[in-house]
Design a protein around this ligand. Structure first.
Ligand code: NAD
Ligand code: KPL
Length: 303
């Protein structure tokens, strides 16, 4: 059974190249005939690891193809997920499984609602990768992937493909708790790094703000039935700030590069969830408003 990877960007390419070199059948789904021609011209995907570049001639098709899909890795940004799945939903077999590699929350539901009866498995990744050219991905940070199914705790058989491909992973029946926890970490750190224009570690100078956000986020997690994800959140946020002190957050990097952010699936999602649960989150709301104004000033989308 072949893997299909939709979204040949940083993480999609990182997964596809590792599956391919382990001999696991995999193919890419590119946007259109033009992208497919450019890919074929390049001869495949290049993975750069520890300065060493390797080219992998992975089979690719485009969104116009009609062949059935049994296992799909959806590896686009959260804001592209709904549209991307709509373009291939008719190709998914009734037993198809879809792994959702989006950060934040909200996009998983936007996808699942389009795929009644299909198994949707959200994933949360701390691996780091970026593109340093067309069809080239740099493996920038060792990390881990947690994969689960909120509706069914049975691990899928294809986890052995990940094992064989040395894609570090853990089967996580509590995947929603993991996604909430990561969302909370991202909400406590990323927006402030954008607003203060600083590295993660420099947030020690804005400790009161970080602490206030942590308190509201912990309350939000409790209010949304995610007590486990709230445990020691405050300590974890400071641990991450210290461990990544020299780094710029992903949101900082997106804004600096003039790229659209995933704000609607992070801070936007958190504020909307608080509203639904009738929880007071004044600090989160202020930071959300300030971040939207910041995006406006930089000509970037608010969603
Ligand atoms: P990316 O922008 O590098 O790649 C996404 C790819 O999807 C792009 O190539 C884009 O063209 C493609 N795409 C979007 N819509 C498409 C469509 N309809 N048809 C075909 N292709 C389509 O993004 P990324 O960095 O790989 O991030 C993916 C997700 O993983 C995000 O939610 C991100 O927050 C998360 N994440 C990324 C990293 C990282 O280091 N890059 C780490 C952890 C989590
Ligand atoms: O995931 C992150 C990001 O930059 O997106 C960390 C390092 C946890 C900061 O929130």
């Amino acid at each position: 059974m072949s893997w299909h990877v939709l979204g040949a960007g940083s993480l999609g390419s990182l997964w596809a190249t590792r599956l391919f070199r382990a001999g696991v059948p995999v193919q890419l789904i590119l946007r259109d005939a033009q992208r497919l021609a450019a890919y074929r011209q390049a001869g495949g995907l290049t993975l750069v690891e520890q300065g060493q570049a390797s080219l992998y001639a992975i089979v690719a098709g485009d969104l116009n193809e009609q062949a059935p899909i049994e296992r799909l890795l959806l590896a686009c940004k959260a804001y592209d997920a709904a549209e991307a799945i709509a373009a291939v939903a008719h190709r998914l077999t009734p037993e198809a499984e879809v792994i959702l590699l989006q950060n934040g929350l909200g996009s998983q539901d936007e996808v699942a609602v389009q795929l009644p009866g299909r198994r949707c498995l959200p994933a949360s990744s701390t691996e780091g990768a970026f593109r340093d050219g067309d069809w080239r991905v740099v493996f920038a940070g060792q990390g881990h992937n947690w994969i689960g199914d909120p509706l069914d705790a049975t691990p899928p058989g294809w986890l052995s493909d990940l094992q064989r491909s040395h894609i570090p992973h853990t089967w996580s029946p509590d995947i929603l708790a993991r996604l909430w926890r990561k969302l909370a970490l991202n909400c406590a750190i990323n927006p402030l790094t954008v607003l203060h224009g600083c590295r993660n570690g420099e947030l020690v100078r804005h400790g009161d703000q970080v602490d206030a956000l942590c308190a509201e986020l912990a309350g939000l997690l409790h209010g949304c039935g995610q007590a486990d994800a709230a445990r020691d959140l405050h300590l974890d946020v400071w641990r991450v700030i210290e461990a990544t002190a020299a780094n710029y957050s992903s949101m900082y990097q997106d804004v600096a590069a003039g790229r659209r952010t995933e704000i609607s699936y992070l801070l936007g999602y958190a504020c909307a969830a608080a509203e639904r649960a009738a929880l007071q989150v004044p600090h989160l709301k202020v930071v959300h408003r300030q971040l939207l104004e910041h995006l406006d000033r930089h000509g970037l989308p608010r969603y």
